[in-house]
Each structure stands twice: as C-alpha cells, then as structure tokens.
Design a protein around this ligand. Structure first.
Ligand code: AHR
Length: 511
C-alpha cells in the first residue's frame, strides 16, 4: 500500500513538466566490454559473526538451515544472484592452514583469531563447508591462499585437494571426508594484502614470492584457474607497477583494495546519526575509486596492453566506527541509505572500466562492514545495500552502453560531486537498464535521457529512497528502506524523461 502511494506521488511529480537540468546520453551505438558478473562478488571472512551465525549455524541448530547453512541467508543470496564469494580472508587468509579445518569437526584445531577480536576459531566452517556453500548459492568460489605464513607445498596441496579427480591420496582423503567429486574451483588468491597483514612485504619481495607460489598452484589439464595476485592498497600504484613488471606472467588477475572511510582510520565516523557533511564527504570519497581504478589500469596497460590480466577490486565498501556496544574486533556497522548510494555510485564507476576491471568483492557479505544482511539468532534483515545489489543484478554479464552526463554540482562544505550519476547496460535478457542516482539529499532533479541508437516502447522501474539520510532497516523495522515501483518515467522513441527525488536510486528497465 505504501509503495503504491509513493509511486503515485512520483507519477504526479513527473506529470508537471519541468525543464531538465540533467541530460544523459546513452551511447547504445558504441557498446563497451561486458559488465562482468564477477563485479557483483562478495567477500566472507572469518571475522566476527560474518560466517559463524551469519552463514553457518550447524546442522543441529533450531534456526532453519540447509545442512547447517542458514536458509534465510542462502535464499536471500540466491535472489541477488551472488556470482562469486571470496573466502577465508582477508587478513585471516595468511594465517589459515586448511588442514586444521577438514575432517571430523570435533577434532579440528581450535585457534585464536589474532586479527579479529582474539576470539577462538573452532574451524567448524572449513574447506568442505565453504565449497559446498558456494555451490549451494550458485557462486564461484574465490579461495584466498596463505602465502604470508605457509610454505608453497601447503598451497599446492590445498588446490589439489579441492580439484583433483579421484586417484591421488589427497583426492581420496577428500572423498573420505565426504566429497567424491572435485569442486569447481575457479579463482584462487596468492595471499592477501601482502604489503600489510599478509606479511608486510616490499612489492619486489611480494612479486618474487608470487612467482614462486604460483608455479606450484596447478589444476587438472583442461581446467582454468584464475590466479589472483595480492593487490595494492588504494592509490599505491607502485605496488601494481612492480608486481606487473616482475611477476605479471604468473597471474591472471591482480587485486586492489579501497575502503570508503568518511574521516580517517583513527576516527572513521558513525554508520548512522550523521549529518549532511558526513553524507557528502562519504559519497565524495567513494567516488575516488574512479581515479584509483584508472591509475592502476594505466599502469597495467604499460605491461599488458591486450588486457590479459584483470584488475579486481576484491575488497571495497564503507568502513565506519563499529556500532556502539558491539565487539571491537567484529566490525559490525549499521547500513543506511547512504551505503545504498555508495553501492550504486560504485556500480556506475565500474561500468566505465569494464575492459580492465573484471571483478569486485564487497566487504563483507553478512554482519561485517558494508553487509548485505544482518543476523541475530533466528532473526535476519536485509540492508539497503542488499537492495542495490538486487536492483542492479540485471547488469551481470550485460553489454555496457557508455553514458555522457551533463548535470549540476551538489556541494556541502568542501565536498562536491556530480548531482546525478548513471550507467546503462543491456542485459543478457535483452532489456536495457539505466541506473540513476541523485546524491542531493534536498533537491529533486529533472532528467532527460537520450537513447542513441535504440528506441524503447515501454519503461518501468524501481526506486530506493527514504525520508532520512541515515534511514536503515532493523529487525523490528525491516522495511524502512526497500525498493518501490517507480512509475515516473516517460518514454517516446529515443527520449526518456523523469524526475529523480532527492537522495534516490532509480533503476529503469526499457523494453
Ligand atoms: O575486510 C576487513 C579487512 O580489511 C580484511 O581482512 C583485510 O584484507 C582488509 O584490510
């Protein structure tokens, strides 16, 4: 009922013709490389309740589950077509020893999670549990190996354990632990943040180790494994330069990590209860990723002009001060409408770089940082970010149509950014989708779109907005920020017009 009222209100707004301030040209006659579905990847680390409770409750739990995996979470992930899940870290990866987390759960090694809260890790969720989980969700597994503190043979044996057909001792051991058939391992990380928690290495040393470890990571003949080198911290292009120059032939992809932090690492800013300055600074800071991707891509072009090696933004998202009263090492933070806009702005930026940027993993999937959902015991709630992943999922593997935007500037204090952001993708289902974001929390924005080279007969859409900039969903009020139908767009041949409400995301579907 509420959706209906909102939709009617929007239709009335657009009924009164307004002079368009923003013009968007969708260059359908100049298609760009596809929007790789891996750009919608997720990241699940052994951190706080990201895995235990968030995904895994065990087969004996009273919480409805499928073989130990929370049913509510699995269903929600399937709905947004999660294409890739990165695991087990993060920083956790370079202290992880896979053998400690296979076989009888009662005999698995109990460790201290030295990175995340110094809590005990009972390894109940190990290789089998993760690989089966990825299969259940229908996602590619992106497993991060331990290059920082384990010898190369440990990495080599892990890959063999996961991928070898029955015959070798490792494959027999896998079968004895419950899995005959090898899993379809498609992505493998050669360490994580080797410049920091992965070993505090210089890029030259990391490049040598990457060459060495990569040599021993092998999959059966005829299969392909995307080997991912540990990438740079944000704008450290020297890291990418050295890795590409010295080890570029040893991997198929290289990462880069960029977190959107309103202030700084000491005082990051709060997830809710913020003012417009923090709204603007967060959105302006997330847009820095555009330059970061351009800069790393330019370095890669020097060594790999044919773009064989992919750039993966394999950790991204907002990072705020943890929610008051939560465990300091668990990185639990609320997720508001602001996070939804961070996600939509990033999706627009990704569209500009699809030739080189062919994967991304938001940090993290459940209960941690910019999460898709929160759980607490039997309760589960989807975040505004989840709904952006839902609204944009039609982009997966679709053809990107470049967009040209003329718009005004939205400013608050020293923070300025384009008022309207947009991207356009023709989906594998033949539907042209145009995603639009109005970052101004106070003003609506009339938009006129020209679809160069295509004409549509009908347009429909969905909108995500709310009355407050920090509106968020809670277990008691799970539908405060949910998409509603958007009936405010009009189409006539190549021309589309609409008005974007303040602080809103609209996804149009043109048929
Ligand atoms: O996502 C949280 C942490 O951020 C990861 O473990 C690490 O790779 C990064 O520094």
């Amino acid at each position: 009922m509420m959706f209906k009222q909102l939709a009617t209100a929007l239709a009335l707004v657009t009924a009164a013709p307004l002079a368009a301030q923003t013009t968007v040209t969708v260059e359908a006659d100049h298609p760009a490389p596809v929007y790789n579905k891996r750009l919608f990847g997720q990241f699940a680390e052994h951190l706080g309740t990201g895995i235990e409770d968030g995904i895994w409750v065990g087969k004996d739990s009273k919480i409805p589950n499928i073989d130990g995996y929370r049913k509510d979470v699995v269903d929600a992930l399937k709905e947004i077509h999660v294409p890739v899940i990165r695991w087990p870290g993060g920083c956790f990866a370079d202290e992880y020893h896979w053998r400690e987390a296979i076989g009888d759960p009662a005999k698995r090694k109990v460790k201290i999670n030295t990175h995340w809260g110094y809590v005990t890790e009972d390894n109940a969720f190990g290789t089998h549990e993760f690989m089966n989980f990825a299969e259940l969700v229908g996602a590619e597994p992106y497993v991060s190996g331990n290059l920082g503190s384990a010898p190369p043979y440990e990495m080599a044996e892990w890959v063999e354990y996961m991928t070898a057909p029955i015959g070798s001792s490792l494959a027999k051991e896998r079968a004895a632990n419950g899995r005959d058939k090898p899993w379809n391992l498609t992505m493998f990380g050669l360490g994580n943040e080797l410049w920091g928690c992965g070993g505090n290495m210089r890029p030259e040393y990391a490049a040598d180790l990457t060459r060495r470890y990569s040599t021993f990571v092998k999959v059966p003949a005829g299969e392909h494994l995307t080997k991912v080198a540990s990438g740079a911290n944000a704008d450290d292009t020297n890291w990418t330069d050295v890795m590409m120059k010295m080890a570029g032939n040893s991997f198929d992809a290289i990462g880069v990590h960029y977190y959107t932090i309103p202030y700084d690492w000491g005082h990051k800013g709060s997830a809710i209860g913020f003012d417009e300055d923090q709204w603007a600074r967060t959105l302006a800071k997330t847009e820095r990723v555009d330059k970061i991707i351009s800069d790393h891509s330019a370095i890669m072009d020097k060594y790999d002009p044919n773009k064989r090696v992919a750039l993966l933004l394999d950790e991204w998202g907002t990072w705020y001060d943890q929610d008051p009263g939560t465990h300091p090492g668990f990185l639990r933070q609320q997720n508001s409408l602001r996070d939804a806009l961070v996600a939509s702005l990033n999706f627009d930026i990704f569209a500009k770089h699809t030739a080189r940027l062919r994967g991304a993993n938001i940090a993290q999937m459940v209960n941690v940082l910019q999460a898709m959902m929160f759980t607490d015991g039997a309760k589960m709630v989807r975040t505004p970010t989840y709904y952006v992943f839902d609204m944009y999922k039609g982009y997966q593997d679709g053809v990107v149509y470049p967009v040209e935007i003329q718009t005004r500037t939205y400013s608050k204090n020293e923070w300025s950014l384009n008022d309207v952001s947009a991207s356009a993708v023709k989906g594998t289902d033949g539907v042209l989708r145009v995603g639009l974001t109005n970052v101004d929390p106070n003003k609506s924005e009339p938009v006129s779109i020209t679809l160069e080279g295509v004409s549509g007969r009908s347009v429909s859409g969905r909108i995500l907005t709310a009355s407050k900039i920090d509106a968020h969903n809670t277990f008691d009020n799970p539908d405060a920020v949910v998409p509603a139908p958007f009936n405010g767009a009009r189409i006539k041949g190549e021309k589309l017009t609409l008005t974007l409400p303040p602080k809103s995301i609209v996804m149009l579907e043109i048929r």
